[in-house]
Design a protein around this ligand. Sequence first.
Ligand SMILES: [Zn+2]
Length: 68
Amino acid sequence: MPTHSTRGETLLERLRRRYETTDTRCPECGFVDTEGNWTTQMDGLQVVYHHVCPSCGADRKHVFQLEK
Ligand SMILES: [Zn+2]
């Protein structure tokens, strides 16, 4: 089912999905989070993807810089 939304949302969603599928393993305890509990936070032109391990609570983040 194709989802149509604005371009920005699509890009952000795609990035989040990428982290959810490629960065699922916690470096601290090795827990693999198949649920993909990444959250997205906008901060100006920065997008912060944040994940908290459901097993050990370690948090990780990726910062993505948007271009003007
Ligand atoms: Zn962990």
